[in-house]
Design a protein around this ligand. Structure first.
Ligand code: GTP
Ligand code: MG
Ligand code: NA
Length: 343
């Protein structure tokens, strides 16, 4: 490797916000999937993970002609539930991510779980952008499917533009009341001090290009250290589930390092440490949601960052939210077993 040239891993981006602000729908729009319509009651009840390859980001942002020099392999997006009863899952998601999208419904402004999410992000000093979603609900909105929001906004009537400005100003004030400076992304020159707001519609796709570009540019610009790939395994268990034909599986987020089929692993269990072997390493196809059952790709090995389904024996009592360890050739298994239970 050349001096100064670093291999970056994919940034992990958590999507957070109040219930029904459109978090899953925004991901559906990016993925061109229909996950949200398949959810019981339209409510997300698990953490999800989707890998978006750089090529898809390039394709989706090309109209911006921003010459987005992408030097990350992609983006791993973590979907979280907004329902108030899932604070633990929001906390787990926000604990894993490098950057976040805080989704606010333009018709509702800040709501209780918006503020709760904001506080989780603040607590960990996580950078985020605000997606001001459902702009298509502004009265008289002219749909410009998947267009950059800059372009779409210019095509709106004066009335729509005024209503937008009015709601935006109110929401900026609501953020200020929480001690947070925000500004429309196109006016936000100082970034870092002031968080950017990107208007979006998850239904007609306006603003998705800017949202993706802003995320990746910001991550690449400010997180090179954090995103530099390292061999040290950093891996968290998201969910434990039984899948027909596979038995009990664990969904994990691999933040750093490489996992291999056959790796000896230790995870925290409700009845003591679980020491087992990775039977198979599975991922959904790129642009597909890990939490939705579908066709899996089998891997001999897989490099971070990724959302992965692991099959193996004895995983039924694994504790979601805890770390997964790989037993290296020089490691003392007993020591690792002790440390997993401390998590
Ligand atoms: P939870 O995960 O349950 O917290 O909800 P969520 O934030 O993921 O919202 P979800 O994607 O489930 O969307 C909630 C509802 O809002 C659905 O009926 C969506 O169709 C609708 N919706 C989401 N985004 C938009 C949007 O941009 N415009 C309009 N008009 N409706 C939207
Ligand atoms: Mg959802
Ligand atoms: Na919902």
């Amino acid at each position: 490797e050349e001096e100064g040239e670093k291999t970056l891993r994919s940034p992990i981006c958590c999507i957070m916000g109040h219930v029904d602000t459109g978090k899953t729908k925004l991901l559906d729009c990016i993925r061109r999937t229909n996950v949200q319509e398949g959810e019981a009651g339209g409510i997300t009840q698990q953490i999800g993970a989707t890998y978006i390859p750089a090529d898809n980001i390039r394709e989706r942002t090309k109209e911006l002609k921003a010459d987005a020099k992408l030097n990350v392999p992609g983006l791993l997006v973590i979907d979280t539930p907004g329902h108030e009863s899932f604070k633990n899952l929001r906390s787990r998601g926000s604990g894993l991510c490098d950057i976040a999208i805080l989704v606010v419904d333009i018709m509702h402004g800040l709501e209780p779980q918006t503020i709760e999410s904001l506080n989780l992000l603040r607590m960990r000093n996580t950078e985020f952008i605000v997606a001001l979603n459902k702009v298509d609900r502004l009265y008289g909105w002219k749909v410009c499917r998947n267009a950059p929001i800059g372009k779409a906004m210019k095509l709106q009537s004066r009335d729509v533009q005024l209503e937008f400005e009015h709601r935006l100003t109110q929401i900026i004030t609501q953020f200020k009341e929480q001690g947070i400076n925000t500004e429309l992304y196109s006016k936000n020159k100082e970034r870092g001090e002031t968080y950017s707001i990107v208007p979006t519609s998850a239904i007609s796709g306006e603003g998705i290009p800017e949202m993706l570009l802003l995320l990746v540019q910001w991550a690449q610009k400010t997180m090179v250290e954090k995103l530099t790939y390292s061999n040290e395994i950093q891996c968290t268990v998201l969910e434990v589930k039984v899948i027909e034909g596979l038995g009990t599986t664990i969904d994990v987020v691999l933040v750093n390092g490489v996992l291999h089929e056959g790796d000896e692993i230790v995870v925290c269990g409700f009845q003591g440490p679980i020491h087992t072997t990775i039977r198979s390493l599975l991922t959904p196809h790129p642009m597909k949601e890990l939490r939705v059952k579908g066709a899996y790709i089998h891997h001999k090995e897989i490099k971070a960052a990724q959302g992965i389904k692991i099959t193996g024996q004895n995983l039924e009592h694994a504790v979601a939210g805890t770390a997964l360890y790989v037993v290296g050739p020089d490691d003392d298994v007993e020591e690792i077993k002790e440390s997993v239970m401390d998590d």
